[in-house]
Design a binder for this molecule. Sequence first.
Ligand SMILES: NC(=O)c1ccc[n+]([C@@H]2O[C@H](COP(=O)([O-])OP(=O)(O)OC[C@H]3O[C@@H](n4cnc5c(N)ncnc54)[C@H](OP(=O)(O)O)[C@@H]3O)[C@@H](O)[C@H]2O)c1
Length: 277
Amino acid sequence: MTGPADGTPRVAVLGGGVMGEALLSSLLTAGWATDRVEVTEHASARAEELADRYGVRTGSSNAQAAERADVVLVAVKPNVVGAVLDEVAPVLRAGTLVVSVAAGLPLAFYEGRLPDGTPVVRVMPNTPAVVGKGASAIAAGRHADDDHLALVERVLAATGLVVRVAEKDLDAVTAISGSGPAYAFYLIDAMAEAGVLLGLTRDLASRLAVATVEGAAALAAQSGEHPVVLRERVSSPGGTTVAAVAELDAHAVRAGVVAAARAAAERSRQLGAQHGG
Ligand SMILES: NC(=O)c1ccc[n+]([C@@H]2O[C@H](COP(=O)([O-])OP(=O)(O)OC[C@H]3O[C@@H](n4cnc5c(N)ncnc54)[C@H](OP(=O)(O)O)[C@@H]3O)[C@@H](O)[C@H]2O)c1
């Protein structure tokens, strides 16, 4: 990947919604100067808001932003991506890297619409990226090499964990980290509801549930120990935790999580197939 001689690659973020803003914030945290990043939005109020908050150039023309860019980050909804690619394809300079966070659209979808030889990288992010605690997987297209992937890792560095995978694994990634925050929210909500059932106020039960899930995740990440070891450590013989976990098993919660992830992966495959994946 050859960037401009005078510094960091110039990046255009197309779509300044939830993910677009997370990417913009990550770029600035990673050291991009505000004059090396621009954002497009078709709603002018949102464009103004982003310009005020981050001090970057904003505009409504995807083609003008893409023409100036070394890296084009596509962050619009999947149903708009085709139209946005049609706008930018005629103006892309040779070697411009196209990176997309749109869920479900295969690399072939981009490669079929962009000039031959355009390097494309697909990203499957998740919502905790907006607080720097995301988990993203990146997959390279036919013309993207290690340098392109390394650049995408730099772009995403401040959003959290970034791993490289082959595109065929993105359905599984979608099922685990892409949809996974919803499984964790489901658990948090169930724990909070149980707390209310047991007589705690909703506010107290919610705060305890959130802090407990956050703390357990931090402990698992920092200790590097197997979750079973961590679970056994808080399960004294004949105690409260082992009684609770026996009920989780009796209600097939583990099997439910596996079935949920399989359903998400299958749905991801179906959506990809609709777009030529
Ligand atoms: N949020 C997530 O957790 C998540 C996770 C994984 C992947 N993704 C992917 O990230 C992408 C963006 O999702 P999001 O949640 O950030 O959606 P979003 O908040 O709706 O952001 C999309 C933004 O793009 C704007 N936009 C629409 N058409 C445009 C155009 N032609 N040119 C420029 N901007 C345009 C939208 O403006 P209007 O609202 O005015 O239309 C909106 O501000 C999606 O493809 C999604 O699959 C999101």
